[in-house]
Design a protein around this ligand. Structure first.
Ligand SMILES: Cc1cc2nc3c(=O)[nH]c(=O)nc-3n(C[C@H](O)[C@H](O)[C@H](O)COP(=O)(O)OP(=O)(O)OC[C@H]3O[C@@H](n4cnc5c(N)ncnc54)[C@H](O)[C@@H]3O)c2cc1C
Length: 379
């Protein structure tokens, strides 16, 4: 069995970002690194958005940025500048290509295209079993969600951020491409948390994503019908669908990192890097991969990488409420955007607010459901 210093399982956002950081750090110069994925991706299978202040690490691959965002609900609607933040969009092909260009120049890095079947913790190493054979390492960084243990447990509710998106091109100029719509809740909620997410990237091109925060996925035809209705209601009739996108991101406070062991660490969504209350993962992945690089260089035990913080508990309360009363999303987000500046909300979602700032945000929310959720958790 061939042995490597590091094996990265899954070459998606988190696996590639880890490999990219390793390839740029002299500490890993002499290390043998294996990356395994069933395919070497070079397509637009994801549209990644995140907010950031000023210039950022991925600015050379951005497809579009917005300084203003829109939010709509029956409780409150707004159009607001988010400066000093910008909302940034990357189409995945550009980032895959950028990273692979860098990795392909590094002779220490090997890529194998193969289906990974299993990862086993052995006595003092981990073994990755694939269709192309087995490989061992003392550090396996895994981004594949092999098990649905997180769905089977009942301690932490599991919702999904699930969506289908249409990239459309209109015959005439139809969009204000200075304004991204974070959430438009002014659509039938049908007992769930449902909203339209809109990214206009030119005057006649935009992505419309029909999104839910709920437990069960819908038939594809239902998301598609809702987008078509929304377009019609907004008088967007002369258009072609140029691409489609779909996804389902787990929203849960389940301790994904409990599955880590001495030689295996789970990263990306499989490691709990998706923000439970929103599904946003990309920005967190840029932060976590940097932290994990330091952790590896200091040769710290893999299971000690994760630490729970106060934001985990806040997310848990929101998910407890939405799990029990899924229809409340529109009203809860409406109150949040009504009484707190968008800049503060973004800082809070980035988990960078102080406890005093957290309190000032939470005290402006309708208290009854949160107090109930706290009591239920404690008792
Ligand atoms: C369509 C879509 C849009 C998204 N948009 C945003 C966004 O705007 N902002 C944001 O913050 N987050 C977004 N997310 C969430 C998150 O950022 C992405 O899901 C991100 O790709 C997660 O990275 P990852 O490394 O955990 O998983 P992935 O990127 O999915 O990587 C996992 C890799 O494992 C490989 N793999 C899986 N199973 C096997 C197997 N058995 N054998 C070999 N290889 C295997 C896959 O081919 C894949 O390359 C989006 C997700 C989706 C699906």
């Amino acid at each position: 069995m061939k042995n490597y210093d590091y094996i990265i399982v899954g070459a998606g956002a988190s696996g590639l970002m880890m490999a990219y950081r390793m390839s740029k750090d002299s500490f890993f110069e002499t290390k043998k690194i294996l990356i395994i994925d069933k395919e070497k991706k070079s397509i637009n299978d994801r549209t990644w958005c995140f907010w950031e202040k000023n210039n950022g690490e991925w600015d050379d691959v951005l497809a579009k940025t917005w300084d203003k965002i829109q939010f709509k609900s029956d409780i409150h609607s707004l159009e607001e500048s988010i400066l000093p933040y910008q909302y940034k969009m990357i189409r995945s092909k550009k980032i895959y290509d950028k990273i692979w260009n860098q990795l392909d120049q590094n002779p220490q890095i090997t890529f194998i295209a193969s289906n990974v079947l299993e990862i086993q913790q052995a006595e003092s190493s981990a073994i990755v079993i694939t269709d192309a054979g087995s490989f061992s390492s003392t550090v396996v960084l895994n981004s594949i969600l092999f098990s649905n243990k997180y769905k089977l447990q009942t301690k932490y509710p599991v919702l999904q951020q699930h969506f289908v998106g249409f990239f459309i091109k209109t015959t005439e100029d139809s969009f204000n491409d200075d304004l991204a719509t974070f959430m438009d809740f002014k659509i039938p909620q049908k007992g769930n948390t449902r909203f339209m997410y809109i990214l206009p990237f030119s005057k006649n091109e935009a992505l419309f994503e029909y999104t839910l925060f709920s437990e069960k996925l819908l038939p594809i035809s239902e998301y598609e019908a809702e987008i078509e209705t929304y377009l019609k209601e907004n008088n967007i009739t002369n258009f072609t669908i140029t691409e489609k996108e779909q996804g389902s991101i787990p929203m849960t406070c389940y301790h994904f990192w409990k599955n880590n062991s001495n030689n295996i660490i789970h990263i990306g969504t499989a490691g709990g890097w998706s923000k439970p209350s929103t599904g946003f993962t990309f920005k967190n992945t840029t932060k976590k991969t940097s932290q994990l690089i330091d952790h590896l260089k200091e040769n710290k035990p893999l299971p000690s990488f994760y630490k729970i913080n106060k934001f985990w508990f806040y997310d848990l309360l929101l998910l407890d409420i939405l799990h029990e009363k899924n229809h409340l999303g529109s009203s809860l987000f409406g109150h949040l955007f009504k009484r707190t500046s968008v800049e503060k909300i973004l800082k809070f979602l980035d988990e960078e607010t102080s406890f005093t700032e957290d309190l000032s945000i939470m005290l402006k929310m309708p208290p009854a459901n949160f107090i109930r959720a706290i009591f239920k958790r404690i008792f």
